[in-house]
Design a protein around this ligand. Sequence first.
Ligand code: IMP
Length: 173
Amino acid sequence: MPRLEVLITEQEIQNRVSELAGQVSADYGDRKILLVGVLKGSYPFLADFSRHLGENIEVDFVQTSSYGNGNTSSGIVRIKKDLDVNIEGRDVLIVEDILDTGLTLSHLRELLGTRRPRSLKVVTLLCKPAALRHPAQAEYVGFEIPDKFVVGYGLDHAERYRNLPYIAVLHEE
Ligand code: IMP
């Protein structure tokens, strides 16, 4: 049976999410933000984060998938579900669950960037060491975590564990 070791508690997550939202509110002032959640993993973070941002936001979603087999990504990112709205001239904030290599995000940024938003930034709840080698990838980072496979708070293993209110390291035993 796999064993879960709690890495970030529910309370720690909630405190940090509230802090991140405070930073974002201060930075954007009264500009309207379009939050773009990256499905599926960002859904709990987006829900909690957006509740701290007041009325001047909109929410949309994209879903990506990378070609390739199993756990190794080919580096090619495909859009499975595109945005519903036109982002030209908008202040867009991409909401991600986790940055590992950052490949998914860099492709998404490039794609959305071609649609001429007024601004395009990224908030990610978690960041692994590989992504820290490219510090320009996310303007707002919740937690830097070790290079271990984690689940919970949106993150899955074979679609399981997304609904846990905390982040845990998954030990396969
Ligand atoms: P990247 O393109 O290498 O940055 O990978 C990002 C995507 O890989 C995330 O959006 C997750 O879907 C997935 N991922 C990376 N690390 C983990 C993990 O530790 N647990 C669950 N999913 C992960």
